[in-house]
Design a binder for this molecule. Structure first.
Ligand code: URA
Length: 436
């Protein structure tokens, strides 16, 4: 088999066989096929697209390019959750303890991620001493004893995806449905869960801005998961304004803790309940969605979910006192309240711009080597649809210096649009997809 023939076949619109796909994925991972040939193939795929059969074959080849985690030593049905990402998306921090408190084991691999805030791992490092550098044995032991564990993605998890994603990033070939779906799902399949619940975001703060694109991605990923023998469900959710109020690492941890204490923002709580319900159903905890939701609510009301978070933080070396006293989390020296310049209804908050405010404050990474300030960010005081009087607080900026606060504040005010009329309501949950 020759890479040249594979590139030409795809360039001319042909369907690649499973063997051809495995050939280039394995050859590229081993360093035997050069970047320039794989770049050409990625561009051919970008223009000619892939069939469902090819997309599944690509996903499986990438998943099998490294370790396939064996979680069979963990009792029960393991359910993983993945979000395509957004602004203020701290969902795993509250959802994982809620689900674990309801008896579904959560064994999660997470990343640090680039962007406006850190990934789940960065956020969790707001707990002094917390580590995700667990051995595989310790990870499995923790899930069996505590009910949940989160470890950092190992270098051996889908290494083909790591190389391909880096190449796509610099060759303008990221935004192809098959390539995105196979990239995400290869890591999920290799991470070993029996069932996968996907939170696919759409709106100005999402990777997939248009709802139809996000729906198509959700369908493709559900199809891949099911064809690979994993129960897979996708929730299509709105990301046209930040989720909850807090954007920034430690600030989001605090909001997740508030949610587990029963006073989280309503949109964030709703999303946790919807995703949690799907996780309890997929994990076989119950067949009845209403009962699942009731169990999750109960885990908050009786304090089990909060205790689960504390147990989890402690089991991974963190200072669990911060769960009960968030004053122990990193805090920025400057807090600046922004006042609404005019009265009216908040009609739009440019979500991606709010992400940039967090980045300007130092809360995110522009390159994978940038350092991150866990304490900074912003907390919205108003959301889309709220009425605000001129001079009323609209957001609080948490900054490490006055210059950062001023820059972020100015950008925030431009991103926040007011109107004399109340805007139409955008539902948070757009669809739950169980079939591809
Ligand atoms: N996230 C991924 O993991 N892969 C993609 O291709 C896009 C987003």
């Amino acid at each position: 088999m020759r890479m040249y023939d594979i590139i030409m076949k795809k360039r001319n619109g042909g369907e690649l066989s499973g063997e051809e796909i495995a050939f280039f994925v394995e050859g590229y991972t081993r360093g035997e096929i050069p970047d320039y040939q794989v770049s050409a193939l990625m561009m051919a795929i970008y223009f000619q697209k892939m069939t469902q059969k090819e997309t599944l074959a690509l996903t499986l080849a990438m998943a099998h390019s490294g370790d396939m985690l064996d979680l069979s030593a963990i009792h029960g049905i393991k359910v993983d959750k993945h979000s395509t990402g957004g602004v203020g998306d701290k969902t795993s921090l509250a959802l994982a303890p809620m689900v674990a408190a309801c008896g579904i084991p959560v064994a999660k691999m997470s990343g640090r991620g680039l962007g406006h805030t850190g990934g789940t791992i960065d956020k969790l490092e707001s707990f002094p001493g917390f580590t995700t550098a667990l051995s595989r044995e310790q990870f499995i032991r923790n899930v069996n004893t505590t009910g949940m564990a989160i470890m950092g993605q190992t270098a051996d998890l889908a290494p083909a995806d790591k190389k391909l994603y880096a190449l796509r990033d610099v060759t303008a070939t990221v935004d192809n449905l098959s390539l995105i779906a196979s990239s995400i799902m290869s890591k999920k399949l290799a991470a070993g869960a029996d069932a996968i619940v996907l939170d696919v975001k759409t709106g100005s703060g999402a990777f997939m801005k248009a709802e139809e694109d996000a729906r198509a991605l959700a369908r493709e990923m559900v199809r891949i998961g099911r064809n690979a023998g994993r129960r897979t469900i996708a929730v299509l959710s709105d990301m046209d304004q930040p989720l909850g109020h807090a954007v920034g690492n430690a600030l989001e941890v605090k909001e997740a803790i508030d949610t587990l204490k029963g006073h989280g923002p309503s949109d964030f709580q709703e999303l946790c309940l919807v995703l949690g319900t799907q996780m309890l159903l997929a994990g076989g905890r119950t067949q009845d969605p209403e009962e699942a939701e009731e169990m999750l609510r109960e885990s908050i009301e009786n304090g089990d979910a909060l205790r689960k978070l504390a147990q989890f933080v402690e089991s991974q070396g963190g200072d669990a006192r911060a769960v009960y006293d968030p004053g122990l989390l990193p805090a920025a020296p400057i807090r600046q309240t922004l006042a609404a310049p005019v009265s009216g209804y908040i009609s739009h908050i440019a979500c991606d711009e709010i992400g940039i405010c967090s980045l300007l404050l130092g809360g995110g990474r522009e390159t994978k080597d940038s350092s991150i300030d866990l304490s900074v960010g912003l907390v919205l005081q108003k959301k889309v649809g709220d009425y605000v009087e001129a001079g009323e607080p609209i957001a609080v900026i948490h900054a490490r210096d006055a210059r950062g606060a001023a820059l972020a504040g100015e950008r925030f005010l431009k991103a926040c649009v007011t109107s004399p009329r109340a805007p139409g309501k955008r539902p948070l949950i757009k669809e739950i997809l169980t079939e591809g």
